[in-house]
Each structure stands twice: as structure tokens, then as C-alpha cells.
Design a protein around this ligand. Structure first.
Ligand code: CRA
Length: 809
């Protein structure tokens, strides 16, 4: 299909404005113009979508189904225009119509249907699957409200609802003809019919699942995939007779119960909440999705026995684990297969990605809740569990291993074990993480079925996270590598390594970074009123607030710098700006206290004249995809300082590296692969290794001793305890680190153990910064070697090692 020209695009947008809003361009608001542009892009992608589906059907290609409760898409306008090769035309058309393109892009709200890494990963993967021309569909829930908007009031986080749909809806294509029905509660009984036994599930509540599709355009391809978001609607019409009887509330009760399912995304990252509504969300989207996939397979005229040859279902963590019993239910209850056949197909079609080893994130549903809400699924899970247990028993003859690998155990259903039993593959998301799964978390399962355990290191959409958000860097890469081929072959960036001693190139790199810093400083001033010094180091830690990510380690170190500066006003020679951005789960009190602390410290430093021009701490409100897009190109230091063994991969680390920031980090998650590419000399590594963390905890960790022995640390912790000029004391955080409180052991994440080494790494980093040539050279090596972290590589790995699908090379 022909590309837009500036004129055709301008005409199409003008038409949309008139048809949908009855307005001429000069009268349209920015929100209206965003919606009109979105509709124009959507139409274009939708046409290609029809062509893609026809082709896939004809060729009988294997399809990938990517199920995730989160897809953190962010903004789509610039992305889609970019992928369609129309970004230049869009810029021109908007300018011709009297708009400032940057303001129009800025007016699009983020589609923030995710919490952090896991949801953003799904968004990057759907882009790469499309670009690599893999027939794939993403499935999730069409939440009304995405992750909350964060406001900082008196230094503390306040959560506000995020109604992204007002504008975001323009991307969605409702597909009521594909509606599915999902039953909750009710009773199950056997019924004999002409000598056949049927399962009858009746009563309870039936909810309608109505798809709203977001069509996804790939880069430099006509291939289009779909992100299918299920909306929840009541089955029964509102009973009008109840209204006339004055029973207003009752009349809408059923409606409200159904709609609440798709109301809001659960805001916990890396944490399991055993809420009944969450289980409802999971089954709702899983059941609708599986019904749809099986139906399409049957409609293509194929027998169910080869279902797995045409379909692979990838589940993003255990949240969609009910895929396993739901496939079994449909195969057995609806298609009449026997158990063995159904199990054989299911276990060859499903693959599970694990994203965390944190115990508090592992899903375990209480049997009572599960049984009441999903009576038929419960029967199937019990049968799966019994058979699995018999198999394990038979293999090991060891009671404690049986207990460890059990699916139903002590009144709980363990979703990870269900996924391992019911799938053909289990993968971790970085080399270290996959190793921990094999050797520790899933050790027994791996002993029994080693062939299932794989690794696929995470990756990011480098077109969005480098080329689109850092256009000057994009131009430089194209110039130095001789073409824009790196956009589809990220390892082409390796060619940059040859310029490591080229003074002109290094100067250009520094110039681009500085310009990005100036741009970000302007943005921060305009949107937040903060004044940043673009001549200081931009040292950044942005990610969800979690104790294992150790923002508190960063803070304690900054306090120690602040104290040093008070003793000696010349102690800091290179001005240093520490930037933080993080949302805390609304119920995670310690995380919220750490946000408060960062703001207290920021205020303290702002009011101390000795710090002026030398030290600054800034907390950026409402960290989200679109803020990351502004900040990352301007960042120089990337803080990736989790306790080794705890961060499954990290993906922010990759985005910073790709934009030339240098990493201060532990050997954790994908930092390990990063270190493999860069060596000690191109990053600032510190801290205990994963096995040393384990060892230290086994041997008995004593943070009090470290507190007593390290005078710098002692003094910084005392200051934290007593608080700063706003009068807020942080004794609770102090206690948590030194003595333990609220049932937690002291310093669970070993901040004190790593403090001294962290301070040294930060000092090495500052000293290197003072030598621009050395710094820029390291920065260039980082960019050059970051191609491994393209999501295209991750998706190629999935296609080769798990999905066995073809892809564009
Ligand atoms: N919180 C991990 O913690 C990882 C992403 C994506 C996480 C990150 O280290 O990069 O997944 N885990 O793989 C998770 O959500 C349920 O577990 C994350 O985003």
C-alpha cells in the first residue's frame, strides 16, 4: 500500500476532524487533533491488518498468542507514524495546519495498562513480533483506568485515577461480533445424554467479554498484528421493570458487578495480592482468549489434535496460568476429547515465562476462593494436581520433593507449579535468573524435566528507545555505520566500536548528550518548575520503588556526600544532580516512606547554600513511559543497584546503556550480560555477587557490626534517623536497616553490606566523569555493544528455542 504524502495525510486528518468533531483544524483542540491523527493511522493499519490475516490464513502459519495482564504501551501516535514511515509527513502536515508537532505528541496520554518492566516488556515484544513478521496476537484486559497518576503533596505520594481512554480510545477498534461469555460461580453436575456423560455448569454470573482491538504496525513491513483487549460487560440487560418498582440500585447491580472486572489495573509490581477480583480478572481474560483461539483453529477446518502445531500460547508470568485448565475444559467438556489427548495437546501448546524469584510475588490462590469462583476449573486443577503428584512421586520417591512440586497443597493452588506441569517450556529472563530457576527455585522440576528449562534474556524496542527518542543519536549512528540498517539489525551498532579513539566522534557524542540534557532541563522547568544544571552529572535512578531495588542505598550515599560537603565545601568538584522517579504500590508503606525521604532530602539540600551548584536531588513526579522517553537520552549515569540475585533482568538498564549512560551496578539480572559485553572497564561494578549474598545470609548477617565499624555510614544513618529541616524523622527506616522492624529481619536487602563498595564505585564514576575523553569513549562502547538488548533478538530467541516459528531475518 502506498505511503502517505504530506498532502494526503493532511487531507485525511482534516476530514477526520470534520466528520468526528465537526471542526475545522483551526478550531480543534490538541486532544481532538490527537484523536483525529490516531483515527487516520488506525484506519491505515487496520487495512494492512486485514491483508496480514488473509495471508496468514492462506499460508497456514503457526500463530503466537502472547497473554499478559499488562501491556504498558505508552503513547502510540509518534510510534505508529514512525513504523509506517510517515513521521516526517505527519510533522509537516501538523505544522501546515498550524500546530506544533511536539505539543500534539505531548497531548496524547500514555496507555499505561501496566506497572513496570513486565508490562513494558510485553509492549516491546509485540512491536518486535510484528516487525519480524511473526503472526502474533497479544491479549489483555481493556482496563478503564491504567496505573494511577502520582502526585507529590507535602513530599508524599498521592494516587489519582488515570482515565486514559478519553483520548486513547481513538486507537481501539471494537469487535462486538467476537464477543465471548465467561461464567463465574454456579454449580457443576454430570448429566447422561444418550449414553454420553456431559458436564453441566449452570447458575452463577455470566459476564460478556467484548474485544477492543489495538492494531500494531511493525517497522518497515506491511505485517500487522493485533493487541486484543477484552472489555467486561453485563449479560443481562438492565431490568426496566425494576426501575418502575423504584428498585434503582438493584436494577444496575449486575451491570456494576460485571463492569468492575475491567475497571482498574492492580497497581502492585512484583507483589501478589490474593484478591477475588484479581482472580476474576485473570479467568475473565484467559477464558475469553482461549475460547477465541480454539474457535479460530476449528473454523480453519483443522482437528484439535494438531492444535499445538498451529498455536503456541506464551504466558507472561503466572497471571494467565489458568490457560492450562481452561484449555483442558474446552477440549474435554466442549470438544469431547479424553483426558490424555487433551493433556497431550495442552502441554505442547503452552509456554511459561517466569519474571521473579521474590517469594512475595509468587501467586498462590486459596482453595476456598478458587473453588467458589471457578467450580469447574477447580475440578480440573485437582485432577491435574493428582496426576502430577503421582508422576513426581514415581520419579523421586521423596516426600519433601513431592511437597515442593505439588500444585494443590495445604489448601492453596500454586500457579508456578501449575505452569511448569502444564507447559512445554519455562524460561527465565536473563542468564543469572534462569540459572537461579534451574538450580534453586525450580530445582526439583528441572531435575525431572531438564529439557523444559530455557533462558531468553529480555530486550527492548530499540527503535522506540533509541532512534525515536534520541533523533540526533540516531543520525550519528546512521552516519557512522553507513546506513540505517541498525534499525532492523541492531548488532550493526557494533561498528561504532571502531570510532572509540576518534576525537571528533567523541566530541559529537558529548555534544548530543549535552543538548539532550538542556532539552530535559527545559522540560523539567516547564512541567515541574525545577531548575536543573545541565553542566552537572545527571545521575538517574528511575524504576518502581521497591526495597530490593535499593533506592535507599542511593539515598544513604547521597546523605554521606552531603555531610562531606558540609565538612569541606570543596569536597565535590564535579557538580552532581541525582534524579529519582518511582511509583510505590499504594499499600506498600515502606516504599512510600522512602519517597517521602527522597523529597525531604531534596528539600534539605535545596536550602543549604553550601550545596548550591554542587549537589542537587530531584524527585520527578509521576514517572511513566513518556517521562522516561524524555529523561533517558539526557541521562549520564544509570543506577542498577539491586541486591544480587533479586532483579530478574531489568530493562531500564538496557535503555540507559543504549543511550550512552554508564551503569553503576551490581552483578544482577541482565547487568551480568552487560558486564560480559563491556568488561570491568566500561561500567562501574560493585557489591556482593548472588552466591555471596546467599552465603552471607546463611552464615548470619550482622548489619549492626557494619554500622558500628563504618563511620561514614554510621553518620549518614544517624542523620536519616533524625530527619532534615522539614522535621520529618525516619527512625522507622533506620530501625529497619540496623535492627529490623515490623517482623522483618534487619537490612533484608544488604544495603549496609554493599555500602562501602558502592561509595567507591560512585567515587570512581565521578573521577572518570572529570576526564571527558575517557567518559565519552566508555559511553560509545556502551552504545556500540547494546544491540544484544534489542527485543528483536529476544523475539528471535523465543521463535527459535520455544515457539519454533519462522521470522524475518
Ligand atoms: N517487576 C522483574 O522484576 C524484569 C521484568 C520483565 C519483573 C524485572 O527484573 O525485567 O519483570 N518481574 O521481565 C515481575 O513483574 C512478576 O514479576 C518486573 O517488572
Amino acid at each position: 500500500m502506498k505511503n502517505f504524502t504530506t498532502e494526503t495525510l493532511q487531507q485525511a486528518i482534516t476530514d477526520k476532524l470534520m466528520i468526528h468533531f465537526g471542526k475545522a483544524p483551526e478550531d480543534a483542540t490538541e486532544a481532538e487533533i490527537v484523536r483525529a491523527c490516531a483515527r487516520v493511522m488506525r484506519d491505515r493499519i487496520a487495512i494492512r491488518g486485514v491483508e496480514t490475516r488473509t495471508k496468514t490464513r492462506k499460508q497456514g502459519d503457526k500463530q503466537v498468542h502472547y497473554l499478559s495482564l499488562e501491556f504498558l504501551m505508552g503513547r502510540s501516535l509518534m510510534k505508529n507514524a514512525y513504523n509506517l514511515g510517515s513521521l516526517k509527513m505527519l510533522n509537516e502536515a501538523l505544522t501546515n495546519m498550524g500546530f506544533t508537532p511536539a505539543d500534539v505528541f505531548e497531548a496524547e496520554p500514555d496507555a499505561a495498562l501496566g506497572n513496570g518492566g513486565l508490562g513494558r516488556l510485553a509492549a516491546c515484544y509485540i512491536d518486535s513480533m510484528t516487525t519480524l513478521e511473526i503472526p502474533a496476537t497479544g491479549y489483555s484486559i481493556c482496563y478503564d483506568l491504567g496505573i494511577f497518576k502520582q502526585k507529590i503533596v507535602d513530599g508524599q505520594q498521592v494516587e489519582l485515577p488515570d482515565s486514559w481512554k478519553d483520548v486513547g480510545e481513538a486507537w481501539l477498534l471494537p469487535r462486538p461480533e467476537d464477543t465471548k461469555w465467561v461464567r463465574f460461580g454456579g454449580t457443576v453436575r454430570d448429566q447422561w445424554d444418550n449414553g454420553y456423560l456431559h458436564i453441566v455448569h449452570e447458575g452463577g454470573q455470566v459476564v460478556r467479554a467484548v474485544p477492543c482491538d489495538m492494531e500494531i504496525a511493525g517497522y518497515d513491513t506491511d505485517h500487522v498484528n493485533t493487541l486484543r483487549l477484552w472489555d467486561a460487560q453485563p449479560t443481562k440487560q438492565v431490568d426496566m421493570s425494576m426501575y418502575s418498582r423504584g428498585e434503582y440500585m438493584k436494577a444496575t447491580e449486575e451491570e456494576a458487578m460485571a463492569e468492575v472486572i475491567a475497571k482498574v489495573l492492580y497497581p502492585e509490581d512484583n507483589h501478589y495480592e490474593g484478591k477475588s477480583l484479581r482472580l476474576k480478572q485473570q479467568y475473565f481474560f484467559v477464558s475469553a482468549t482461549v475460547q477465541h483461539i480454539v474457535q479460530k483453529h476449528v473454523e480453519a477446518g483443522r482437528p484439535l489434535t494438531n492444535f499445538h502445531e498451529y498455536n503456541v500460547i506464551q504466558i507472561n508470568d503466572t497471571h494467565p496460568a489458568l490457560v492450562v485448565p481452561e484449555l483442558m475444559r474446552i477440549f474435554i467438556d466442549e470438544a469431547g476429547l479424553d483426558w490424555e489427548q487433551a493433556w497431550d495437546i495442552t502441554t505442547q501448546a503452552v509456554a511459561y515465562t517466569n519474571h521473579t524469584v521474590l517469594a512475595e510475588a509468587l501467586e498462590r490462590w486459596p482453595q476456598d476462593l478458587f473453588q467458589t469462583l471457578l467450580p469447574r476449573i477447580w475440578q480440573i486443577v485437582q485432577e491435574i494436581s493428582n496426576r502430577w503428584q503421582a508422576k513426581v512421586d514415581n520419579h523421586f520417591h521423596n516426600h519433601s520433593i513431592t511437597a515442593d512440586m505439588a500444585i494443590v497443597w495445604n489448601g492453596e493452588i500454586r500457579m508456578a507449579n501449575l505452569c511448569i506441569a502444564g507447559g512445554m517450556a519455562v524460561n527465565g529472563v536473563s542468564g543469572l535468573h534462569s540459572e537461579i530457576l534451574r538450580k534453586d527455585v525450580f530445582k526439583n522440576a528441572c531435575n525431572m524435566e531438564p529439557h523444559k528449562f530455557k533462558n531468553v534474556t529480555n530486550g527492548i524496542d530499540h527503535r522506540r528507545w533509541l532512534s525515536e527518542i534520541n533523533p540526533e543519536m540516531d543520525s550519528l549512528i546512521c552516519e557512522l555505520t553507513g546506513s540505517n540498517r541498525y534499525l532492523s539489525h541492531a548488532d550493526d551498532m557494533m561498528k561504532l566500536d571502531a570510532f572509540a579513539d576518534d576525537k571528533t566522534v567523541l566530541a559529537k557524542l558529548a555534544e548530543i548528550k549535552h543538548a539532550n540534557k538542556v532539552r530535559f532541563a527545559k522540560h523539567a522547568k516547564k512541567t515541574r518548575g525545577v531548575i536543573l544544571n545541565p553542566d552537572s552529572i545527571f545521575d538517574v535512578q528511575v524504576k518502581r520503588l521497591h526495597e530490593y531495588k535499593r533506592q535507599l542505598l542511593n539515598v544513604v550515599h547521597i546523605i554521606s556526600l552531603y555531610q562531606k560537603l558540609q565538612d569541606d565545601p570543596n569536597a565535590i568538584t564535579v557538580p552532581h544532580t541525582f534524579l529519582f522517579g518511582a511509583k510505590a504500590a499504594p499499600g506498600y508503606q515502606v516504599a512510600k516512606r522512602i519517597i517521602h525521604l527522597i523529597n525531604s532530602l531534596s528539600d534539605e539540600i535545596d536550602h543549604n547554600p553550601a550545596c548550591k551548584g554542587k549537589l542537587q536531588v530531584v524527585f520527578l513526579e509521576n514517572y511513566r513511559v513518556s517521562l522516561a522517553e524524555q529523561l533517558i537520552p539526557a541521562s549520564e549515569v544509570s543506577q542498577q543497584i539491586s541486591t544480587a540475585g533479586k532483579e530478574a533482568s531489568g530493562t531500564g538498564n538496557m535503555k540507559f546503556m543504549m543511550n550512552g549512560a554508564l551503569t553503576v551496578g551490581t552483578l544482577d539480572g541482565a547487568n551480568v550480560e552487560m558486564h560480559g559485553l563491556l568488561g570491568d572497564e566500561n561500567m562501574f561494578l560493585f557489591g556482593l555477587h548472588a552466591h555471596e549474598v546467599e552465603q552471607l545470609i546463611r552464615d548470619g548477617y550482622d548489619p549492626q557490626r557494619i554500622y558500628q565499624e563504618n563511620a561514614t555510614l554510621h553518620r549518614a544513618l544517624d542523620a536519616l534517623r533524625n530527619g532534615f529541616r522539614d522535621g520529618v524523622r525516619y527512625d522507622d527506616l533506620y530501625q529497619r536497616l540496623v535492627y529490623g522492624n515490623h517482623g522483618s529481619c534487619a537490612d533484608e536487602y544488604l544495603l549496609l553490606a554493599d555500602f562501602a563498595d558502592y561509595a567507591k564505585a560512585e567515587a570512581r564514576m565521578s573521577a572518570t566523569y572529570a576526564d571527558p575523553t575517557a567518559w565519552n569513549k566508555m559511553s560509545l562502547h556502551n552504545i556500540a555493544r547494546s544491540g544484544l538488548f534489542s527485543a528483536d533478538r529476544s523475539i528471535a530467541d523465543y521463535a527459535e528455542t520455544i515457539w519454533h516459528t519462522n521470522y524475518r531475518k
